[in-house]
Design a protein. Structure first.
Lengths: 166, 288
């Protein structure tokens, strides 16, 4: 089967490549671009570990062909920290609030939370839980992930983070 | 999981898409959001030689009023349906239903056209379209036609679409202003298909039901239109005894599968529970 030419922006850089049409976006990112931050979890579009940001939408890159992303602007976890190594508020929030244990779901969680905060700058706890419903975590029980996102929202909004009483 | 090899096509008009699908025959498949088809391809349960991606066709997107109807392009996503102010004002059951489909990532790419055209009895929109009396705009090599949602579904994954035809739009008559609505869905977890779900649209006049329509999801080979149940309710004040009779009539037309969502008799009972809740919710919301 002939390969297809694709061009896209990935983490702010122009990428041109030849891909087989059947190449899933997650495989392209991990194996051709060596961006291994996005993970393959369930490989069936349930778990969200492969979530990346594509043209202002969170998508599961295991359920999208690379050719469908031709012309798109994509962000992965690798783009989140600043050039000087300082962390994005979401990354800082996950560290400060213990929002991860094994860390496998974290890149997908952070990319989904990034889009959620773009759409809703001050989400309620319920909105956060509904907003990350497509991302599974088998360690934390989600409580600290919710706190991590609340921490990041507060930091981005320039207001003090107040942990809710339990 | 790697799908079988295929050639990828990205037409920019409906005409071009139809010509491609006609040319490829059984070896071609139309690709919408892909969240039903791509998983099937990864399992090699579907092995199309040619994929015709509809995402580049601008005329398949958008939501607009057309006289007393609202027409929604087939490639409009569930995310778009949730965000639409026109739909929230005129046909709010579409927002309510979209919010219980899959999860945020899937709703960004999942399309209304794919949801209704696939013929999967687990999809939520067919029962809502049956409830609303929608019709589907269909285009194929031989021309365009409209098919009523209530006649579209023949059995699981089998519809009235002919080979090479695609759904291009969904036409919905706007329900009466002040109507009550609800989509109640029982599922095991976020993202699951319904164990049972019920869609209700009703209008009240002096506290009595002036009109009523009911659709049921995942309780038979196809979405169900519960005509008898709606007839029982029409003219009533939705009193407990009448609702009980209507629920029994709706349960009687269900033929759910025994599967991981529960045994058939349980799912039938849950259909009744969902319908009773949807009726109560719709009544609260209705004016008149």
């Amino acid at each position: 089967m002939p390969k297809s030419q694709v061009s896209m922006q990935v983490n702010g850089k122009a990428v041109d490549a030849l891909v087989e049409p059947r190449t899933l976006l997650i495989h392209f990112l991990r194996e051709q671009l060596n961006l291994t931050g996005s993970h393959i979890g369930c490989d069936t579009s349930h778990c969200g570990a492969c979530t990346v940001d594509l043209d202002g939408k969170s998508v599961k890159s295991c359920t999208l062909f690379t050719v469908q992303a031709n012309g798109a602007d994509i962000r992965t976890i690798e783009s989140m920290a600043n050039a000087d190594g300082t962390l994005h508020p979401l990354q800082e929030g996950f560290r400060e609030m213990h929002g991860l244990q094994c860390g496998f779901c974290t890149p997908g969680m952070i990319m989904r939370a990034y889009r959620l905060l773009q759409e809703n700058k001050s989400p309620t706890e319920g909105e956060i839980r509904f907003g990350i419903a497509g991302n599974l975590c088998r360690c934390t029980g989600y409580q600290n992930i919710v706190k991590a996102i609340q921490y990041a929202a507060a930091k981005i909004n320039g207001v003090p983070f107040q942990e809710a009483a339990e | 999981m790697i799908p079988g090899a295929f050639a990828y096509h990205r037409p920019t008009s409906v005409k071009e898409a139809i010509n491609l699908l006609a040319q490829f025959g059984e070896e071609g498949r139309a690709l919408a959001g892909g969240h039903s088809l791509i998983p099937m391809m990864k399992l090699r349960l579907a092995t199309p030689q040619h994929l015709v991606d509809l995402a580049g066709i601008a005329e398949l997107k958008g939501i607009h009023a057309d006289g007393r109807d609202i027409v929604i392009g087939a490639m409009t996503t569930q995310h778009d349906l949730i965000a639409s102010e026109l739909l929230s004002a005129k046909i709010p059951i579409l927002r309510e239903t979209s919010l219980v489909i899959a999860d945020p990532q899937v709703r960004y790419v999942g399309t209304l056209g794919g949801n209704v055209a696939n013929g999967d009895p687990g999809n939520d929109m067919p029962a809502v379209m049956v409830c609303l009396g929608a019709s589907y705009h269909v285009a194929g090599k031989t021309g365009e036609r409209r098919i009523a949602a209530r006649e579209f579904y023949r059995s699981a994954y089998v519809t009235r679409l002919e080979p090479g035809e695609i759904v291009t739009g969904i036409r919905i008559p706007v329900p009466q202003a002040g109507h009550g609505y609800a989509y109640e869905k029982l599922k095991r977890k976020i993202g699951d298909y319904a164990t049972a779900a019920a869609a209700v649209i009703l209008s009240l006049n002096g506290g009595n039901v002036a009109s009523c329509s009911i659709g049921l999801t995942n309780l038979a080979e196809t979405a169900l239109w519960a005509v008898e149940a709606a007839k029982i309710l029409t003219g009533s004040a939705l009193d407990a005894a009448t609702v009980k009779k209507a629920v029994a009539a709706a349960e009687a037309i269900t033929t759910p599968a025994n599967d991981a969502r529960g045994p058939a008799h349980y799912r039938t009972k849950m259909a009744g529970v969902m319908l009773a809740r949807a009726l109560a919710h719709a009544k609260e919301r209705a004016r008149g």
